[in-house]
Design a binder for this molecule. Sequence first.
Ligand code: PRF
Ligand code: ZN
Length: 372
Amino acid sequence: MTAFSFEVLATDGAARLGKIQTAHGEIDTPVFMPVGTVGTVKGMMPENVAATGAQIILGNTYHLMLRPGADRVQRLGGLHTMMNWPGPILTDSGGFQVMSLTKLRKMTEEGVTFRSHIDGSRHTLTPENSTDIQYKLDATITMAFDECTPYPVEKKVAAESMRLSMRWARRSREAFVPRDGYGQFGIVQGSVFPELREESITKLRELDFEGYAVGGLAVGEGQEMMFRVLDSTMPKMPTAKPRYLMGVGKPSDIVGAVVRGIDMFDCVMPTRSGRTAQAFTRRGTVNLRNARHLDDTRPLDESCSCPACRNYSRAYLHHLIRAEEMLGPMLLTWHNIQHYQDLMRDLRAAIKAGTLTQFVQAFEAQQALGDI
Ligand code: PRF
Ligand code: ZN
């Protein structure tokens, strides 16, 4: 059996090229994890997600506990079997989704009680049952149960929130059932306050997680502030474990965070944007709903290998969007996931070659050009 492990293969400044070994396969880092909230990367067959180069996807405790239910997923053989994704899966622990998706909720030391956004039924999430649900889902990587501190926030409130998350992290760690090739990540909180981030890291280190996430960012503070928090936080993080920046982000967020030493990312942006006709290209974003594409016979991005770019014109993609045909969102989702995976592949190659600084310069110059 493979143990869960992480190896740093090369560095370029603070950036790292690495490899994670899991029970469900290897993950080359820096990695982007497409979001498969309810047990599907919306609009894509799993084999096509894999064909873009994606090695791990994300699932959500909150959604899956409500529908179809954790016990049912377990009876169906776990998330990998149920959705036909044999590769690694990371599941988020649920607290963040409760806070962003439910109106009626109550937080106590014990956990969070809330009403389902689907049928209004009452549920409770605690560090113990979140960890147990993730076990039943068969998550390769389980996340500790935390509170994502809202922004902006006073330091005193941020400190209380972070300390609650650290008590929950300890309870999550105690509830985790170790299995060969499986791991659990702790989540650093502390908002934009360096001393609180440091205290959070110190407390998590005592629990010796298999990896460490940075939570509570990309919540409205802006890219400059997020990078400033990473600049003060990253040097304090364990170097021998993977580091995951939760819910990030735009391509430029990812590039800046890789430069600062982050190894893992997830974000709904490529999939959600694909469903609203927004495409990511080397020259920035393109809205395929725009009438300027009506007669455009060129591909969306001539340097992209995905089917949307290889086999179809911008004019046809525009037509599909206008006609509200489901192939439109499907092709744009595929393209966006391919674009993100190509970016990660290029970042890994640049770290390996020791040319990350030049890569970042070229990336920014290209993005600034804008679509033709
Ligand atoms: N905590 C958890 N999930 C998250 C976040 C967090 O802070 C964020 C913040 N960007 C996204 N997803 N558990
Ligand atoms: Zn493409």
